[in-house]
Ligand binder design. Structure first.
Ligand code: F0G
Length: 336
């Protein structure tokens, strides 16, 4: 499949002849989840955004944001990130042949994401502060210098990410509810825009980690904390739009505990064969814990691949079984 700008050019702010920076992102699998469906009493589909080129949904927004920056003559792009935006920025900046700079909370981004950003040659700056502080800093840097800001405050990001809603609507036609993790609140904003353009109106259910749930509390969280590091955000930039999506669609926003997130993370891996990262599992944890308003057909967005965060995975499963390289020993171990 071609990248999403080419696929949906008539509905995106690009024209034939524009420079397009792409890794053929989008067109991700939408798989039925039979065991989850049985568990929650609904027909549940999983949108596997971890199948994007850098392993998260951020590629959809980044192809648009970086293409637009290149069209405008930018020589450098910058973002604040909990990891996935950094990895996507780094890859698309490398592809464009421009400079990439990312500011991340020190020690709080998953190992795979850090490896990606560094491998793609981005400058990775780690601050002793959280995502919200990093976002404040990059906004100021971008206002003072000719460096394009590609966080989801940049509308091209939303434009790119809305295409996931197109894909779900094209595949399913009717959809009663969408369950999605919410961090900086760009993605839920993008889905609502995408569905709206098609005249589809699923109930939008956003889920936040309990220790980082400003939208649920109705106030910013000064020191957000959760095992789901991707959504460790206390002051979402797209706060109003996210609330509007959930209110206008008669959905809602709820918190899920780290325990509920980890349980959903393990359930998806063991029962559905789908390995997502902890933040992504918040959508399914939310569906299990809070339901989706009695919806019959539900799509859960699994925003990033499980391989992004091997440390969290390995910390929550049993270890390997050591064995001598002998047939008898192997048989004893596997046959009991
Ligand atoms: N899931 C994952 C895996 C994410 O990386 C993010 C955000 C979200 C969900 C939430 O999406 O912010 O649009 O509400 N990650 C950003 C980053 C903040 O820097 O990678 P959102």
């Amino acid at each position: 499949m071609p990248g999403l700008i080419e696929r949906y050019m008539d509905r995106l702010p690009f024209s034939v002849g524009d420079p397009i920076i792409t890794l053929d992102e989008g067109s991700t699998p939408l798989v039925h989840a039979p065991r989850l469906s049985a568990r929650v009493g609904a027909e549940v589909w999983l949108k596997l955004e971890g199948a994007n080129p850098t392993g998260s949904f951020k590629d959809r927004g980044m192809t648009c944001a970086v293409s637009a920056a290149v069209r405008d003559g930018a020589q450098a792009v910058i973002c604040a990130s909990t990891g996935n935006t950094a990895a996507a920025l780094a890859a698309y900046a490398a592809r464009a042949g421009i400079r990439g700079v990312v500011i991340v909370p020190e020690g709080k981004i998953a190992m795979g994401k850090l490896a990606q950003a560094l491998m793609h040659g981005a400058q990775v700056v780690a601050i002793n502060g959280n995502f919200d502080r990093a976002l404040e800093l990059v906004r100021t840097v971008a206002a003072r210098h000719p460096i394009a800001l590609v966080n989801s405050v940049n509308d091209f990001r939303i434009e790119g990410q809305k295409t996931a809603a197109y894909e779900i609507a094209e595949a399913l036609g009717e959809l009663d509810a969408l369950c999605i993790p919410v961090g900086n609140a760009g993605n839920i904003t993008a889905y609502w825009r995408g569905f709206g353009e098609l005249g589809v109106r699923p109930r939008m259910f956003g889920f936040q980690a309990a220790g980082a749930a400003p939208l649920v509390r109705g106030a910013p969280v000064a020191a957000p904390e959760t095992i789901a590091s991707a959504i460790r955000i206390g002051k979402p930039a797209r706060w109003e739009q996210a609330m509007d999506a959930m209110t206008a669609s008669h959905g809602g926003v709820h918190a899920v505990s780290d325990e509920q997130i980890l349980a959903a993370y393990a359930f998806l891996a063991r029962e559905e064969g789908v390995f997502c990262e902890p933040a992504s599992a918040a959508s399914v944890a939310g569906l299990i814990a809070h339901g989706a308003g009695g919806a019959r057909r539900v799509a859960c967005v699994l925003t990033g691949h499980g391989l992004k965060d091997p440390d969290t995975a390995l910390a929550h499963v049993g270890g390997v079984i050591p064995c001598a390289p002998e047939l008898a020993m192997i048989e004893r171990v596997i046959l009991g």
